[in-house]
Design a binder for this molecule. Structure first.
Ligand code: ZN
Length: 458
């Protein structure tokens, strides 16, 4: 080697040296002024593919997510945690927010589950960036909470609400108003604090409907459109709630005014709940609503090229399987398009022991499906008890399997699965999205894109 080096002419040596200095250093990504992280909660590969088939065949268009996949970079993402192969949202979101493997249920806590870990949103805030969280679930639910709060158990949503305001997250849009209100005002807080009044005092606008959100001005918005979760998109027309796309547009408009940039986490929070309920139509329609929000982020990126957009999921929910009708090859996308409400709304309307005729009428009116007398009799044998302590009404297995027969879509579980999910993105700092990655890698990608890799990580 020494002999070879001695043969390099001085000119060639300088050329090699210059090339080495100019070459990108591995691990150092290009810098992004803005980061938009979008999480489809429970959105596994089957959810994405089913929605793409639906969009292409029923709506005559492709998904904005596919536009991003094809223009940018795409990878698979593993999501196992410190203590589980099958994760839940708190650990998954914390792993993305902090970059370390953590145990289940803790929010914004490190590997011991009780020491706060510094989140990417907090890093961005230290750099003078404005921050925003948007979800169709509760704004205090596990995914947005993991970026903006530190609690040992995800059920500590009242604490999450107070921490989100104390941290000064500039835009908070979603459901979960009950965690900002004292019980004397119909809320869930036992400490008598009215965080909405406190937020108003801090200069937040407080819209409660889609129209009010459009009109909201100022640099800070706390928009809580429901006491609990917002509606499934398939049910949303019965409410005056804004869409996920409308919330995303407002958040980016407000945060985008900051010369130092923004960090926003946008969540399709109810994809997960629809998939927990094994509700094919509601799942696809919520993925479509999420896709619309992705499109708005891409339009923002076109106007602001120094923006890193990353789209992924925290885990897959339901074990969704495109089985084909009767083991055949077709999926009944026409019925999915004709569905008028979620299964949850349908189930909520049924009596505890409905008649077969009543069930047939409900399935026809709500789901655009004609089930047989035999099937209706099987369903009439179920007890439709509503467990109001759950965030969703579980769907009886008999209904899930009869719907599979008619739609060609089956579900393996009412829980989560360990399926890997997609991650795709474009913009400065997206270079690391390739191959098979782990969700803890996303934190490092985002931190490097912020150019804060020199900051000591806690
Ligand atoms: Zn879930």
């Amino acid at each position: 080697m020494a002999q070879q080096r001695s043969r390099l002419s001085p000119a060639l040596f300088l050329l090699v040296l210059a090339a080495a200095l100019l070459a990108p250093v591995p691990g150092l990504a290009a810098q992004a002024r803005n980061i938009i992280l979008m999480i489809g909660d429970g959105m596994g590969p089957s959810q994405v593919w089913a929605t793409r088939l639906y969009a292409m065949r029923e709506l005559g268009r492709d998904l904005r997510m596919v536009e991003l996949m094809n223009r940018g970079r795409t990878a698979f993402l593993g999501n196992d945690t410190l203590d589980a192969i099958v994760t839940e949202s708190a650990a998954a979101a914390t792993q993305m927010a902090c970059g370390v493997r953590v145990p289940a249920r803790a929010v914004g806590m490190g590997p011991d589950g009780k020491t706060p870990c510094k989140t990417i949103l907090e890093f961005a805030g230290e750099m003078g960036k404005k921050s925003g969280l948007v979800t169709t679930s509760r704004i205090t639910d596990a995914t947005p909470a993991a970026f903006s709060a530190h609690v040992e158990d995800r059920d500590g949503e009242n604490s999450v609400a107070a921490q989100q305001l104390r941290l000064g997250v500039d835009v908070l849009l979603g459901g979960g108003r009950r965690h900002f209100l004292p019980d004397s005002a119909g809320g869930a807080r036992k400490d008598a604090r009215n965080l909405l009044d406190e937020a108003r005092g801090e200069g937040y606008a407080l819209p409660t409907t889609g129209i009010e959100l459009q009109r909201a001005g100022g640099a800070r918005i706390l928009g809580l459109f429901s006491m609990g979760n917002m509606a499934f998109d398939i049910d949303r027309s019965r409410t005056d709630e804004p869409s996920l796309g409308e919330m995303t547009a407002k958040a980016l408009e407000v945060l985008g005014r900051n010369p130092k940039g923004l960090f926003a986490m946008i969540e399709g929070g109810r994809i997960d709940h629809a998939a927990h309920g094994n509700d094919t139509a509601a799942t696809i329609r919520d993925v479509l609503a999420f896709d619309e929000a992705v499109g708005i982020a891409l339009d923002f990126q076109r106007r602001n090229p120094d923006t890193l957009v990353i789209v992924t999921a925290d885990h897959e929910t339901g074990g969704m399987a495109l089985t084909g009708i009767g083991g055949g090859t077709a999926i009944n996308f026409a019925a999915i398009r004709g569905a008028r409400s979620s299964l949850e709304t349908l189930l909520a309307e049924l009596a505890v022991t409905p008649t077969a005729a009543r069930i047939r009428r409900a399935v026809s009116a709500r789901l655009a499906l004609a089930i047989s007398d035999e099937e209706a009799k099987v369903l009439a044998g179920e007890s439709y008890r509503k467990d109001t302590t759950q965030t969703y009404i579980p769907t009886p297995r008999s209904l899930v399997s009869i719907l599979q027969r008619h739609l060609g879509v089956g579900w393996a579980t009412s829980g989560h699965t360990a399926s890997p999910v997609f991650v795709f993105g474009a913009g400065p700092g997206s270079e690391g999205i390739n191959g098979f990655r782990h969700n803890t890698d996303l934190f490092r990608m985002m931190r490097d894109a912020l150019g804060s890799s020199g900051v000591k990580i806690q």
